[in-house]
Each structure stands twice: as C-alpha cells, then as structure tokens.
Ligand binder design. Structure first.
Ligand code: TRP
Length: 335
C-alpha cells in the first residue's frame, strides 16, 4: 500500500494550551513517527484573518505554535511543517475551488449558520451583519489546504467534520468535471484521546476561557491546576472519579497503573489539594524539558523562521507543479 498522507493545521490566533497538546499535537507527533505516513502540519495563518485583525497577535501566535511543535519534538526532516501563507498555490487553489463550490453548500456551514443565528437571536434584522466573506468561504480555503496535498487522513476536532465533508464534495465535483485530480480527505476523530476538560469541567477551549497554559511558568501551571473546579467533599470522604475534571486530566497524562492507583486514592478519599498536587507533578514532569526548549526557541525567531522556510520549500516542491497541472486542466496558463 502506498503511504497515506496525514495533514492538519492550527489557526494562528491563540497560544497552545494543555487541551491542544493532549488532544491534537501530542498524538499528531506520535503518529508522524510511523513509516507508512507522510505528515503535513501547518500554521493556518490565512484562516486567522477571518476572526483576527490584530497583526501582532497573529505573529505572536504563529511563533508560539511553531515553537510548541518543535519543543515537543516534531522532526521536521520527517514531516512537512509550514506556514499556509508561504504557499501561494493554496490561495490560488482556493479560488479555483470557490468557482466549483455551490453557494448553497456554504450556506449550510455550521460556523456561518451560527453567526447568522447569533445576529437574529440578538434582535438584528440582518443575519449577515458582521459576517465577512472569509467566514463564509472558510470551508473552501480549508478544502484547498487538504486537496493541495492530496490529504487522505485529517485529524481534527468534531466541529471540523463538516468542513471535511464539504471538501470531499468539492473535490468530487472537480474530479467529475476535469478528471481525477484530488484525493478525497477523511476526518480522523481520535476516540482514544478523550476531549480534555478545562477548569470548569467543560471542554478545554479558548472560547470558554477555561484553559490551562501549556508552556507558561511552573508557578502559573500550578495556580491553574489549583483552580480546577471540584465539589466540596472533605479529605477522607470517598470521591467519584467519574465525571471529574481533575481525574480526567490526570488520565490524559498518566500510565495505566498510575490511573488505577489514583482510582483507589479517590475511593479512599484523597483530599482535593493532594489530588491536584499529584496532577501538577505529573504534568510538570512531562512538560519541564519541552518548556525549557520552548522558552529557548521563542527567543530564536531566526531559527523558527528558517525551519518554516525549509518546510515551505518542501511543500512547494509539490504544490507548484500540482497547481500548474490544475491550471492546465482548467485551460489556464497554456496556449
Ligand atoms: N479549521 C481548523 C480549526 O480551526 C484549522 C484548519 C485550517 C485545518 N485548515 C485545515 C485543519 C486543514 C485541518 C485541515 O481547527
């Protein structure tokens, strides 16, 4: 069997938190070590423009996300690691796909529909108020990201499944008209990595403001962990490890035997302070080394930039000729 292409991107508007690490980055790096996959990981900085008009924030986020991947041991010789906006063919393809995507399909995109609904719920007459065309066409740019590299498997969160289905739809339509060109991407939802809960027990997410920082100082990590919401059971009282954020986060980092031992401690009534202390020590042990490397990398912009440039050269070795081929199929750039 030929190698499968695995591809995923992170939008550059935030600083990675523990949920990004446990749910996306760590499993992606692990999977990239397998010899039967070609991995493409990228900074989705054009996607950032949809919701962020603050250049400094986008730059800082791009830097932090790049440093995070590298600090966690991504082998950039083995994978293609790049910045979306360094690959002009992606936006070229995005236009081509725009002309092959039906507007009705985009009308049904969850993110767009939610924005319209928010307007209507807020008493706005115009459902499209504040909706830019980037938000509306978001799934098309995302389709271009995937189709450009013939991605087969796309590890993402559940909220992105619809976008991948749309990409398949658009790719199928293109293939039908112009001949077999694009692989149809498939979403990969990893059930083994449970969604990490945040401080308040809901999914850890920037939008809920309940995240635990990944590479902030040790002190801040400890402080955040101490803020995880628990019930008010006293030390000595048996505690239920089901539906417990402290326990769920612990599980994302602990070995099976540590997990079993922690279950016993819960049943025996471990105090919340002690449980949190164990959680902190476990996470801190895993992150200590990468944190140092992250801090070092954040001061070495030149190195980060050169890694991304190396990735862009690798990515464009494919995207340039592929885009030429696509243009030819469309009757462009050839007389
Ligand atoms: N939309 C994705 C997110 O917000 C980020 C992204 C952009 C992406 N392009 C992609 C993910 C292509 C997978 C494949 O999470």
């Amino acid at each position: 069997m030929s190698k499968q292409t695995v591809l995923t991107g992170i939008t550059t508007t935030g600083i990675p938190h523990l949920g990004n690490y446990a749910g996306a980055i760590k499993p992606a790096i692990k999977a990239s070590l397998s010899s039967d996959v070609n991995s493409f990981f990228f900074l989705a900085d054009y996607h950032a423009l949809i919701k962020c008009k603050d250049p400094a924030r986008i730059t800082q986020s791009s830097k932090a996300i790049a440093a995070t991947w590298l600090a966690l041991g991504l082998d950039t010789d083995n994978v293609t690691f790049y910045r979306q906006s360094d690959i002009p063919e992606i936006t070229q393809l995005s236009w081509v796909l725009t002309c092959n995507a039906s507007k009705g399909l985009m009308n049904r995109a969850h993110a767009y529909k939610a924005a319209v609904q928010d307007n209507l719920d807020g008493g706005e007459q115009d459902g499209d108020k504040g909706v830019n065309m980037g938000l509306f066409s978001y799934p098309i740019l995302m389709a271009a990201d995937m189709l450009m590299f013939n991605a087969n498997k796309v590890p993402v969160g559940k909220d992105q499944i619809q976008h991948i289905e749309m990409a398949r739809d658009i790719a199928g339509r293109f293939n039908h008209h112009f001949g077999e060109t694009f692989a149809l991407p498939e979403a990969v939802i990893d059930d083994s990595t449970k969604i990490l809960p945040g401080l308040d027990g809901r999914k850890m997410s920037k939008s809920y403001d309940n995240t635990i920082p990944l590479f902030d100082t040790e002190k801040k990590l400890k402080k955040a962990i101490n803020k995880i919401v628990t019930n008010s059971l006293e030390p000595g009282e048996p505690k239920d490890f089901n539906d417990c954020a402290v326990f769920d986060i612990y599980c994302a980092f602990a070995s099976q035997s540590d997990i079993e031992a922690m279950k016993v401690k819960f049943t025996e009534g471990i105090g919340w302070g002690f449980a949190k202390k164990e959680l902190f020590e476990l996470i801190n042990e895993e992150l200590k080394g990468p944190r140092e490397e992250y801090n070092r990398l954040m001061l070495d912009t030149a190195h980060l930039e050169s890694v991304l440039q190396k990735g862009a050269v690798k990515a464009r070795a494919h995207s340039e000729p592929f885009m030429q081929e696509i243009r030819k199929k469309l009757g462009l750039g050839c007389l």
